[in-house]
Ligand binder design. Structure first.
Ligand code: Z5A
Length: 206
């Protein structure tokens, strides 16, 4: 069996984590062996890097440092989790991946996209997701959903303009790679989003 690498991405509060749980259930019921993971994180070292990236101990961290830490966590994740799972024929469902680096460090913070592309090639070689579900919704709704949770992390404290740039960058990438992306309207009730996601999964598991 050939494994597939599927990523859920989008702005803050888009409902990725909620929908990944449904995707996991759907694929397991269809008989696939599934690994669910996330970025930054997914390994012991990656989760420690995540704490450095999201916490406030290093507010004002240089953009280069932030980007390299994202890719350091990703290198570990690829080596220990993603490549071995795909090698076994498992399906990998990942909450965020390199599109988030383009969107947040590139679009949001202004790092040149070519520099991110260089790191992507170095760390990933030819590996890219087979499919990326972009959960799209207005920044206002996303921030309102996320705001109902715990205190803001280092990314969540950014302003609306930052998240508008992040969202625009996801859209640009999706439009440039239409074969790899499916845009999901995340501005609907959970059950309606779930139905859209299930129809995408049904089409690729035929
Ligand atoms: N980051 C980066 O900068 N560069 C990178 O390369 C990578 C990441 C990989 C952590 O990501 C941060 O890392 C992220 C970008 C940065 N920061 N930001 N912003 P994360 O994915 O762990 O954190 P997150 O985006 O903050 O996740 P999130 O807010 O938890 O979003 P979500 O997973 O998309 O949403 P959710 O947890 O499923 O739902 C949020 C709430 O909304 C929850 O109460 C749900 O019950 C509710 N919800 C969900 N769907 C709906 C619908 N349809 N209607 C109403 N309410 C809903």
């Amino acid at each position: 069996m050939v494994g597939r690498f599927i990523v859920a991405d989008g702005i803050e509060g888009a409902g990725k984590t909620t929908q990944l749980a449904f995707m996991h259930e759907y694929l397991e019921q269809a008989g696939y062996s599934v690994v669910v993971t996330r970025e930054p994180g997914g390994t012991t070292l990656g989760e420690e890097i995540r704490a450095l990236l999201l916490g406030h101990r290093h507010d004002g961290m240089a953009l280069t440092t932030e980007t390299l830490l994202m890719f350091a966590a990703r290198a570990e994740h690829l080596e220990r989790v993603i490549r071995p799972a795909l090698g076994r024929g498992d399906w990998v469902l990942c909450d965020r991946f390199t599109d988030a680096t383009y969107a947040y460090q590139g679009g949001g913070r202004g790092l040149a996209l070519e520099q991110i592309a260089d790191l992507e090639t170095w760390v990933q070689g030819h590996l890219r997701p087979d499919l990326t579900l972009l959960f799209d919704l207005s920044v206002e709704v996303g921030l309102a959903r996320a705001g109902k949770r715990s205190a803001a992390d280092r990314f969540e404290q950014e302003d609306q303009a930052f998240f508008e740039r992040v969202r625009a960058t996801y859209w640009e990438r999706a439009l440039q790679n239409p074969n790899r992306y499916r845009i999901v309207n995340a501005n609907q009730p959970i059950e309606a989003v779930r139905r859209e996601v299930e129809s995408i999964l049904a089409a690729i598991t035929l």
